[in-house]
Design a protein around this ligand. Sequence first.
Ligand SMILES: Nc1ncnc2c1ncn2[C@@H]1O[C@H](COP(=O)(O)OP(=O)(O)OP(=O)(O)O)[C@@H](O)[C@H]1O
Ligand SMILES: [Mg+2]
Length: 326
Amino acid sequence: MPLLDRRLVFVTGKGGVGKTSVAAALALLAARQGRSVLVCEMDAKGSLAAAFDAPPLSFQPRLVEPQLWAMAMNTEDSLREYLRLFVRVPFIGRIGPLARTFDFVADAAPGVKEILAVGKLCHEVRERNYDLVVVDAEATGHIVAQVGAPKVIRDLVNVGLVREQTDWMLELLQDPGTTGVAIVTTPEEMPVTETTELVARLPVETGVDATVLIANRVLPALFDRRQTAVVDGLDRAHRLLVDAAGRGVDAVVDAARITEARRRVGAGHLARLQQVCPDLPMLIVPELFTRATGRRVVELVADALADELDIVVDDGRAGTRPGGSA
Ligand SMILES: Nc1ncnc2c1ncn2[C@@H]1O[C@H](COP(=O)(O)OP(=O)(O)OP(=O)(O)O)[C@@H](O)[C@H]1O
Ligand SMILES: [Mg+2]
């Protein structure tokens, strides 16, 4: 089933690998397909706003593109909304003492802050306020606590009201047709290792499977097979080249050798990843070689992902090609 046909997509991965850029790009693609999309930054760093060249985001979603709303998660606001909607506590404006109690409880009990965050996302999905909710989620270290919060709390307090609340969330989260988890990695040792660990931990600890791997910043193959043989032979040809063209040749030869070596090492890490996770599709986003930031990067990443997801963008609108996968 196409990734963006789901209702809730978490984007995670090791720190700095491109989670925010990919989450913003996926949200943009879905919005361009005509879906109403909410994209939510979970860690309040402000990078999601920067990705859209937009001013800082808040808990109240704001339109940043046609069909695309963006928000920043805030567990205290989420608690306030929950109390207003479901417990009908009046005068929510004045929750000063309550907020302090909440802080105390949230710090003491595992999963409380996390369930308020993930609960808000599930609520948006259940109410069908948007066709798709994309989550710029926490890094690999914390995502298990986030997605797994309803399960942890249910296992901890398996009674009445709490069970009702955790059960509907678990139903949404554990349905692979509703919820997807995209793990972003770069072609490097540590991000790939964290990815393989997360793929193994997710289903065990949260009941939610990883859906797709996104290899970001992949170096293009600069040389075809025959040219690669030339690069490999450069050592032998080096002396001749220097004799023929002077010392400037050194820098060119080194650049070719280093670039090709880096690409091969990266490709090796990705091959290992595919070997460990043979059932997960892997989407490739190339290294962009640009000084651009924000919106421009997101658009380029979106273009690459559109290719990988078989989404054709036509006159700024997109549709899914028949047979599109991942
Ligand atoms: N394919 C790419 N090519 C070049 N630069 C990229 C690419 N993808 C992301 N970047 C850049 O890498 C930097 C980190 O990206 P991003 O903020 O999306 O990562 P992140 O995983 O969300 O980081 P954090 O863990 O800090 O939240 C940004 O400056 C972004 O513009
Ligand atoms: Mg980020």
